[in-house]
Design a protein around this ligand. Structure first.
Ligand SMILES: Cc1cc2nc3c(=O)[nH]c(=O)nc-3n(C[C@H](O)[C@H](O)[C@H](O)COP(=O)(O)OP(=O)(O)OC[C@H]3O[C@@H](n4cnc5c(N)ncnc54)[C@H](O)[C@@H]3O)c2cc1C
Length: 263
């Protein structure tokens, strides 16, 4: 690990001001991605700005139309929240399937979404539910947020504050987990809303994406049989020692059918 300066601001404004003033700063949330990157010398920021403890960034609220989850909320809080379990049980279930107890107690929803790991679980829920992402400067729709592998629409220094999930009519998340890390080899988040079906797939491709062919088929006939003629292009899939591109393309349809059976 290279040396860096550590900062612990007490407000969002202070965190943003620090980021602006410092040479090459990075925000720290749960640290479950950032700290390994620092230890492996894959990142060498001059300054680390710890977001933990800043008021207003951690919590779950369902007093309005949407389920609001603060960016610093750990996965375990989402998984065990009676509010989340009642309003969007598939989101609670997804959070409970992330990593292990240590990861779920330290990792945060905002860190996961801002990091946009191609195999992370939360991006599928954000895109599948059509969530809104509230930052210090604007509100982004899920459809415009994930722009590529480890890339999002967040600008330099832009801080994710909260994610707002609309309550669906029904939803399910099914993943084929990596047996060691529990990251998604392929994960499908499927939602039924008054405007139609949304299908978001993580793990399969460089970035989470909506399976629009599946959505069209399911809007016409919401059944497992409706997906029988659908195949995804293996050329757009990831390939690694865990799964070939062809196997990932196959898993997308298998996981989607399992999601249908849970809705
Ligand atoms: C062993 C292991 C197993 C794991 N298994 C899974 C799994 O099964 N499924 C899964 O989805 N994930 C898994 N993870 C990832 C984990 O769940 C964390 O979500 C992830 O590491 C990022 O969250 P974090 O809070 O740790 O963010 P950090 O590591 O603190 O930050 C990650 C990145 O996001 C930026 N960032 C953080 N918060 C904000 C914010 N509010 N605004 C703007 N930028 C921000 C940081 O600057 C950094 O670039 C695993 C991790 C480990 C170590």
């Amino acid at each position: 690990m290279y040396d860096f300066n550590y900062h612990k601001p007490s407000s969002i404004d202070e965190a943003i001001q620090l980021f602006t003033d410092l040479e090459d700063a990075v925000y720290l949330a749960g640290g479950h991605t950032l700290l390994p990157s620092l230890k492996l010398r894959l990142a060498a920021p001059t300054d680390v700005i710890d977001l933990a403890g800043i008021p207003g960034l951690n919590g779950i609220d369902y007093s309005g139309d949407d389920l609001k989850v603060g960016a610093l909320t750990p996965h375990d809080d989402v998984s065990t929240s009676p509010v989340v379990q009642s309003v969007i049980p598939a989101l609670a279930s997804l959070a409970g399937g992330i990593g292990d107890a240590q990861v779920r107690n330290r990792g945060t929803i905002g860190g996961s979404v801002a990091n946009s790991d191609p195999a992370a679980d939360y991006p599928a829920a954000v895109l599948g539910l059509g969530a809104q992402l509230v930052t210090n400067q604007r509100t982004l729709n899920a459809d415009e947020f994930f722009t590529g592998m480890f890339e999002t629409a967040l600008e330099e220094g832009e801080l994710l504050k909260e994610i707002r999930f609309p309550k669906p009519e029904a939803a399910a998340y099914v993943k084929y987990p990596n047996p060691a890390s529990r990251y998604a080899t392929v994960g499908v988040f499927m939602t039924k809303t008054s405007e139609g079906v949304r299908v978001a797939i993580t793990g399969a491709a460089p970035s989470v994406f909506r399976a629009t062919d599946m959505e069209a088929a399911l809007n016409a006939d919401f059944s497992e049989a409706a997906l029988d003629g659908i195949s995804l292009d293996a050329d757009m899939m990831n390939e690694d020692l865990h799964a070939s591109a062809e196997y990932r393309a196959h898993l997308c349809v298998v996981m989607a059918k399992r999601a249908i059976s849970q809705i």
